[in-house]
Design a protein around this ligand. Structure first.
Ligand code: PXL
Length: 265
């Protein structure tokens, strides 16, 4: 049976991030992708030109439709926009018997806000506690915990501060530090450092969504959290290496890199 994975996230009309990145990642990793749309963005390679949230009732209804009939083997969350949506989604996940990968999305690559400042407390106290894995980048770590990471050594402190809110695992993504792309995965007792060479490629729109969806896909296939994160990082590293120009700004990672014949690449 093909395992089902659900993304609860915003739509990126440009197809590089959000729901679109999530579903492409799930296809590439061999699971059945399903979606609960929380918000619609008008977006391209240059930035976000507009964003509209869906009503809480519409988000709840989509979630129930999927989970009550089809069932899910893992859930991933991305852009949740408002405190009301964060709290509703946290409650839905708490009642679902499947691992949850929480990408606490704050701003887009271009710096556009994808989460209201007033929703931060709900992220800390409602959403992070239901996470199997939380995957903040360094800006999100600073926003959520106040810890500013300036070196790899600071990442331990960041992970402890995130774990204090209750997720089972924290994956601190150090990609914004200079040098190799280094991430720290820990549950407070085990520590896994994941290191990938930095690719000289500015077409990296959608990396966070892609990584979180890849982790959820691997969990749905039965891997442990450390196995799922390692496999997801390998998939993302290939997708970043194959990232391509699209429009006049930051292009997307290539979700299909592994599906292409070697001769096409
Ligand atoms: O990468 C965070 C993200 C999440 N969700 C949507 C986005 C983005 C970044 O652009 O557009 C809809």
């Amino acid at each position: 049976m093909i395992p089902g994975v659900l993304t609860v996230a915003g739509s990126d009309s440009g197809g590089g991030a959000g729901i679109q990145a999530d579903l492409k990642t799930m296809l590439a990793l061999g699971v059945h992708g399903m979606s609960v749309v929380t918000a619609v963005t008008a977006q391209n390679s240059l930035g976000v030109q507009g964003a509209w949230e869906l009503p809480v009732a519409a988000v709840r209804a989509q979630y129930r439709s999927v989970v009550d009939d089809i069932g899910v083997r893992a859930v991933k969350t991305g852009m949740l926009a408002s405190a009301e949506l964060v709290e509703a989604v946290a409650e839905l996940i708490a009642g679902t018997d499947a691992p949850a990968v929480i990408d606490p999305v704050g701003v887009s690559k271009h710096g556009d806000a994808l989460l209201a400042a007033s929703a931060l407390d709900s992220v800390r106290t409602k959403l992070l506690p239901v996470a199997t894995v939380a995957t903040p980048n360094l800006d999100e770590v600073a926003q959520i915990t106040g810890v500013r990471v300036e070196s790899e050594a600071d990442m331990r402190r960041a992970a402890a501060a995130v774990l204090a809110y209750g997720p089972r695992w924290a994956l601190i993504k150090g990609g914004h530090l200079p040098g190799d792309a280094v991430d720290l995965l820990t549950d407070g007792s085990e520590e896994h450092w994941l290191r990938a060479p930095r690719h000289d490629n500015r077409h990296t729109h959608g990396t966070g969504c892609t990584l979180a969806s890849a982790i959820a896909s691997q969990l749905a296939k039965g891997q442990s959290v450390p196995e799922a994160v390692a496999a997801a990082k390998e998939y993302l590293t290939g997708a970043v290496a194959a990232g391509f120009a699209l429009g006049g700004g930051i292009g997307p990672v290539d979700h299909g890199w592994r599906l292409r014949a070697a001769s096409e690449r």
